[in-house]
Every structure is written in structure tokens, then in C-alpha cells.
Design a protein around this ligand. Structure first.
Ligand code: SF4
Ligand code: FES
Length: 224
């Protein structure tokens, strides 16, 4: 398999394509291919020439941390949860997430996710238990990895727009259900940073690696 990677040495340098050869097992994840290519730090491109170690991020290798989010054959996905056998064609094309600044190769800076949550005071604070909310939905939302794949896929999440995306809609539902006081500000921020910008493409739901039902959170928050 030919592995083509969009590389970038640092945040300020120009991106360039570099291709590698992978001739191992097809029953492995994209993360395993990257580990294979970087093995021994003696990286060779497809022509056998020396190449720099490929930068990419991972922690859990089991679809639980969101670190390895990238664009895989044109679609946003987790490298550790995308398997070669499920890809079409004999080329694997890897690019960094496009909606975030590149730090190096496939590593991007997703700090904006936390910054936006802080700006919108998206924290629970004093906690309350309220049976009128669905604990089942809250549990599902609680699994959010903050991987940013929903932002990558969303047509409305673009630079300079005050729209915080699906993960924020989900957090808003969760926080409104659990926060003891000042629920009004949760609704106000949801309106300002989500409801006004969402066109319901639902690309977020399709791409979410842990299947968080954003439509359900949106429906409940919109009703409130
Ligand atoms: S909602 Fe899904 S896609 Fe979006 S950050 Fe959370 S886990 Fe990732
Ligand atoms: S390494 Fe944690 S989700 Fe892929």
C-alpha cells in the first residue's frame, strides 16, 4: 500500500506531500501503519531515501482519548479506529485536521475547543440530580472525546465565526441538566454559540467516533 502524507515541519513552514511504502498486514489500524513507518526512527520514503520521523498524536490507541484525529482518505477519523481492510483503493492518504492550526505533520493545536468552552462558562459547578432529564443521554454525552472531528466535518464551523459546534451543543445539554444554578446563561450561550449558526447538516453525528446523538441534545436544548 502507498501511504501519502501531507507533511509540515513546523507551524510556519510550507506543507508538502511525501509517500511511503507499507507492505504489512491489512488487518491493522492506520495508527499501526504510522508506528510501522516510524519504527526504529529510521524512516525511509517510498524511494528508500531518509525521511524525518512522522509526527502524529496518540495516547490510548483504543478510541478513547481523541488524540489521533486526522483526515484519512479525505474523511475525518481516528487513526487508531480506522482499519486498512475497510478503506477503498490501494492508497492511504493522511492529512492533519484542516480546521485547526498545524503544529507539525499530523499534529494540530485544538486548544480553541477548551478556550471556547471556557469563554461560554461550560462547566457544571455545583451539581444537582434532576430526574426529569435523561441520564441515558447524559451518559452518552459524557463519552465525548473532545477530538474535534465534529468540528472538522461541520460546514458551519469556520474561522472567525462565533459558532462552537456539536461538542458545545452536547455539553450545553449536559451542563443544563446538571448545574444547580444559573441555567439561564447556559441557554443564552447555547443560543449565541450554537443555535444561531447550526444549519442541521448533521455531519457531526455521522463522523463522531463514539456515536454521540447530537440531534437529541439539540432537540432538547432548542425546546428549552
Ligand atoms: S461530539 Fe463526537 S466528534 Fe465531536 S468532539 Fe465529541 S467525540 Fe469528537
Ligand atoms: S489514540 Fe486515543 S483515540 Fe486514537
Amino acid at each position: 500500500m502507498r501511504v501519502k502524507i501531507l507533511r509540515q515541519n513546523n507551524p510556519y513552514s510550507k506543507p508538502y506531500w511525501q509517500a511511503f511504502k507499507y507492505d504489512g498486514d491489512m488487518n491493522v489500524s492506520v495508527a499501526a501503519v504510522l508506528e510501522y513507518l516510524n519504527y526504529n526512527d529510521d524512516v525511509k520514503d517510498e524511494n528508500g531515501h531518509h525521511a524525518d520521523v512522522i509526527s502524529w498524536e496518540c495516547s490510548c490507541l483504543q478510541a478513547m482519548c481523541g488524540g489521533c484525529a486526522m483526515v484519512i482518505n479525505g474523511k475525518p477519523g481516528l487513526a487508531c479506529d480506522t482499519f486498512l481492510r475497510d478503506l477503498k483503493g490501494d492508497e492511504l492518504v493522511l492529512e492533519p485536521l484542516r480546521k485547526f492550526p498545524v503544529i507539525s505533520d499530523l499534529v494540530v493545536d485544538r486548544g480553541i475547543i477548551q478556550e471556547n468552552l471556557k469563554k461560554a462558562n461550560a462547566y457544571i459547578g455545583e451539581y444537582e440530580h434532576d430526574d426529569k432529564y435523561s441520564q441515558d443521554l447524559e451518559y452518552q454525552i459524557g463519552r465525548c472525546l473532545k477530538c474535534g472531528l465534529c468540528l472538522e466535518a461541520c460546514p458551519n464551523y469556520v474561522k472567525g465565526v462565533n459558532f462552537y459546534g456539536a461538542l458545545f451543543a452536547n455539553d450545553s445539554y449536559f451542563i443544563n441538566a446538571r448545574r444547580k444554578s444559573d441555567k439561564e446563561s447556559v441557554k443564552k450561550n447555547y443560543d449565541e454559540h450554537f443555535a444561531k449558526g447550526c444549519s442541521k447538516s448533521l455531519a457531526c453525528e455521522k463522523v463522531c467516533p463514539v456515536n454521540i446523538p447530537t440531534l437529541a441534545s439539540m432537540a432538547r436544548m432548542n425546546r428549552l
